[in-house]
Structure formats: C-alpha cells, structure tokens
Design a protein around this ligand. Structure first.
Ligand code: FAD
Length: 290
C-alpha cells in the first residue's frame, strides 16, 4: 500500500511538504491513541510521517511495530528515526537492515541524548559518537535510503557556539544527509536566520522547520528547558493569562501564525510535532486549506 518515496525527491517537486511526527506509545492505550490520530489525519495526506526512536534504544521494537502499521495499514510514507544510543555499530546495521527489508525508504539519523542521569554523551564500546557517523554508515551500507538529520536553529545545547554546531551540521550533510528537520522554535526569525547561516556555510539541502503546537505553559517550559529553545515573552504571557483548558488554543493559534508566516516566505514545507494528538494538527491543516 505504501509508495516508498525518497523524501529528497519530494522536496525536488518544489511544492511545500508537510509532515507529522509520532512517538512510539508506552502501552496499548497509547497505541490506540496514536492509531486514532493517524486515522484522523490521514485524509490530509501528509507527504510523510516520522516516528521517533526512544531514549536508550529501548523502543527498537515499538518504533518498528508502529512504523510498519503506519506504512502498511495507513499507506503513509514513513520515516523511522534511529539513534546511536546504546547500540553497537553491528546492531545499528541490523536495525537498518530490518528497516530496509521492510520497505522503508528514509531514515532520520540521530545521535540521541545521553542516557538519563548522564550529562555527556559517551558512545558504548563499538558504538558511534556522532550522528555524522550514523549518516556515513547508512550511506556506505544502504546507499538507497534517504536520510534526514536534526538541525538546531538556536544551536544544540551541548555545542559551545552556533558556528561550531554549523560546522558539525555541514559534516552531517557532507556525509550524505538529504535534508534537515529543525528542532522546535517559536519565532520564525530564528528559522530564517538559521537558513541564512546554513546557506553561508554551504549547507545546500532543504531545511524543514519543525513546529510544536504548544498545549500548556508547563509543556512549553519543559520543552524549552530541555532543548534550550527561546520562548517569546508574548507567547508565555498569553499562555499564563489563559485558563488551562484554553491554553491549547493559544498554542495552536501561535503555530498557525508561524505556519502562515513561513509559507509566505516560500519554505520547503513544515513538520508538525503532533505528539500523537490530532486536535492541533487538524486545526492547523483545516485552516491552511481555507
Ligand atoms: C528533528 C529531530 C528529531 C529528533 N528525534 C529524536 C528521536 O527520535 N529520538 C531521540 O532520542 N532524540 C531525538 N532527537 C533529539 C536528538 O537526539 C538530540 O538533540 C541529541 O542530543 C543530538 O542528536 P543529533 O543527531 O543532533 O546529534 P549530533 O549531530 O551528533 O550532534 C550532537 C552534538 O555533538 C556536536 N558534534 C557533532 N559532531 C561532532 C564532532 N565530530 N566533534 C565534536 N562535536 C560534534 C554537535 O555540534 C552537537 O552539539 C531529535 C532531534 C531533532 C531536531
């Protein structure tokens, strides 16, 4: 049922793509929610959907299970994520072989975060240290796969400077990445500046903006702390001055404005961190269709 398209080919068609991100559920109830969301959003024909790879490599089976369902039962073009955390190079090759033989055409190649309680990422014995090495591994053994990588408009938290982070981003692209999906951001200018910096650094692949329709003050504060994204004071004020049950509307309206502003500037597309929930994505997509 799935078409198996290289995402870089989709970019080359020149129309803005839109994609959705799911995460592997922790239990059956979470699984049902994911599938309900997928079914609600299917009629909007996302160009692709992605499914994350949980911390510590612990979701290997769940990521595969739901990637398979999303591809085979819903017909989505699915890009599974893969991280280096806790895996030897041999295991990574086995996982890639599984994805490839199941008919997935694209992989999001990530290093992953350090395991809980550790501040610094340390590769395991015979493991990989950086996403660049995973990209190179995929290119060597699975040259047919499309590869996405993560990019950080406000720099990756571990990086001492934006310049150093860009150098390593360029290494990922030079190793064979086809496109970049960004970390979340709430001010479009942050994205435009990042794209400009990428161009200056001769990074010439599409940079897909990643957007999170915020659901609550607590959520945005947690996420911004984790990834060190800046939080516009206007958005924070609006959320703080709104009753909890109405905060999702504030976050979704903000994301709508972001999408509008981005599309007006001719972006290659946008990626919604849907977090297995359909409401915000639905509202944004319906609004775009108007
Ligand atoms: C779009 C997107 C999707 C994500 N999906 C997932 C997911 O599914 N699962 C998950 O666990 N996490 C996910 N993450 C989070 C990601 O794993 C973390 O941000 C992680 O800390 C870095 O991963 P990376 O692939 O960007 O690493 P890298 O590209 O390896 O970069 C990590 C840090 O190392 C530095 N660096 C890179 N190369 C070198 C080098 N050669 N020498 C010195 N320093 C270097 C970089 O500047 C950066 O500071 C995602 C992030 C994004 C943006």
């Amino acid at each position: 049922m799935s078409s198996c398209i290289s995402i870089s080919e989709l970019f080359s068609l020149g129309k803005p793509l839109f994609s959705l991100e799911f995460f592997p559920p922790k239990n059956d109830a979470g699984g049902e929610k994911l599938l309900k969301t997928a079914s609600t959003l299917k009629p909007y024909n996302p160009d692709f959907v992605s499914i994350t790879y949980g911390a510590g490599g612990g979701t290997r089976n769940t990521t595969m299970k739901y990637a398979r369902i999303l591809k085979n039962e819903f017909g989505f073009e699915v890009m599974p994520h893969l991280t280096c955390v806790g895996h030897t190079q041999k295991e990574l090759l086995e996982i890639l072989e599984d994805f490839s033989s199941e008919g997935f055409s694209n992989i999001m190649a990530l290093r992953g975060d350090p395991p809980k309680g550790e501040v610094q990422f340390r590769p395991i014995k015979n493991g990989l240290s950086h996403a660049t090495e995973l990209v190179a591994l995929i290119r060597e053994y699975f040259p047919q796969l499309g590869i996405g990588v993560g990019g950080y408009p406000e720099k990756h938290p571990e990086s001492p400077t934006k310049e150093k982070d860009l150098i390593h981003l360029k290494e990922k692209v030079d190793a064979g990445a086809d496109f970049i999906t960004t970390q979340l951001f709430f001010d479009n200018q942050v994205y435009f500046n990042f794209v400009y910096d990428c161009q200056k650094a001769q990074i010439q692949v599409p940079v897909l903006p990643g957007l999170l329709p915020v659901q609550s003050v607590g959520q945005i504060q947690r996420f911004c702390k984790m990834c060190e994204a800046s939080l516009p004071i206007q958005l924070l004020n609006e959320l703080e001055n709104t009753d909890e049950d109405k905060q999702p509307k504030v976050g979704t309206d903000w994301a709508k404005k972001q999408v509008k502003g981005l599309l007006e500037k001719g972006i290659p597309g946008f990626h919604l961190y849907a977090l297995n929930q359909s409401e915000a994505s639905l509202e944004i997509l319906n609004w775009i269709r108007k």
